[in-house]
Write a protein that binds this ligand. Structure first.
Ligand SMILES: Cc1cc2nc3c(=O)[nH]c(=O)nc-3n(C[C@H](O)[C@H](O)[C@H](O)COP(=O)(O)OP(=O)(O)OC[C@H]3O[C@@H](n4cnc5c(N)ncnc54)[C@H](O)[C@@H]3O)c2cc1C
Length: 261
């Protein structure tokens, strides 16, 4: 069985600030980490490998050359191989172009199972996993909090819901996005760290994945970020008192005054 784990290198949000003049993230001097949800995706893949035996786990990332660090960390945790999709043609990708590019690489590598994090802590859209499943023409199960059973034929998982969880089955190949509850990611071992230091990180460009150029990067991105800002703390709050009915009536009146109704 071949498992591909998609990992994204993200700025450590504990350190991120927004430049109030340019409204962009201040990335200078901010350390990069593996997106925390993706550590759980790696751990899930490694646990499946330990359970089933004949499994190859490939970590895949699309990013600038320094994203290699994230892949070395994945190797130090125990993944078998790591691939970096890096090319100027990928610059400016929105989620659609990112998903297309990753899915082209996954198609090229071959796969039975793709595991992603629920979402990236910087882009935060949670779109890339499901979009990739569409490009790969396979089912996907999001918010996976436990893998109950897996074989080369299929998988049964628990999908986190607001109240409790669903049990969902799917045949392989399938794509999962996982939440924190699924496991506790392991720390890299000393042996793993030594292996990671020497490991070859294969680099792929758009020609290696037979991608259509007009679906890549800025050209392939139908959406654009207009602005990014921290919401201002608003002080002009109005509190209503009285019974629930009185509060609703006062709220409706207020909304009328504001011409919202
Ligand atoms: C409208 C819009 C415009 C954008 N424009 C730009 C731009 O011009 N320039 C720019 O640099 N960025 C841009 N971005 C950000 C870029 O699109 C995202 O970083 C990328 O698409 C991933 O989306 P996300 O961070 O929301 O991931 P999510 O969908 O939240 O991530 C879910 C999971 O998908 C996987 N995943 C996500 N990204 C990667 C990756 N790169 N490699 C491997 N696995 C991954 C991980 O498993 C992750 O846990 C834009 C985003 C949006 C929404």
């Amino acid at each position: 069985m071949r498992i591909v784990v998609c990992i994204k290198q993200v700025p450590d949000t504990a350190e991120v600030r927004i430049n109030p003049e340019t409204n962009t993230l201040v990335r200078d001097g901010v350390p990069s980490i593996i997106n925390p949800y993706d550590l759980h995706a790696i751990e899930a893949a490694l646990q499946i490998k330990e359970k089933l035996g004949d499994v190859t786990v490939t970590a895949l990332t699309m990013g600038p050359p320094q994203a290699e660090d994230a892949l070395r960390e994945a190797i130090s945790m125990g993944v078998d191989e790591a691939l970096l999709l890096t090319d100027r043609a990928f610059a400016g990708s929105d989620t659609l172009a990112t998903s297309y590019t990753l899915s082209r690489a996954i198609q090229k590598i071959g796969f039975d199972l793709v595991i992603c994090g629920k979402q990236a802590i910087d882009g935060d859209t949670a779109q890339v996993g499901p979009e990739m499943a569409e490009f790969l023409n396979i089912p996907h199960i999001a918010y996976v909090k436990a893998i109950e059973e897996i074989s080369t034929q299929g998988i049964r998982v628990q999908r986190l819901m607001e109240e409790g969880y669903d049990i969902v089955e799917a045949p392989l190949p399938v794509l999962l996005t996982v939440v924190r509850e699924i496991n506790e990611p392991r720390l890299p071992s000393l042996k793993g760290k030594m292996r990671a230091k020497k490991a070859e990180i294969k680099k792929l460009t758009h020609t290696d994945i037979d991608a259509e150029e007009d679906k890549l990067g800025l050209t392939g991105s139908p959406t654009a970020v207009k602005n990014i800002f921290a919401p201002e703390a608003r002080k002009d709050r109005k509190m209503f008192s009285g019974s629930p009915a009185e509060q609703v009536a006062a709220l409706v009146e207020e909304l009328k005054n504001l011409k919202c109704l």
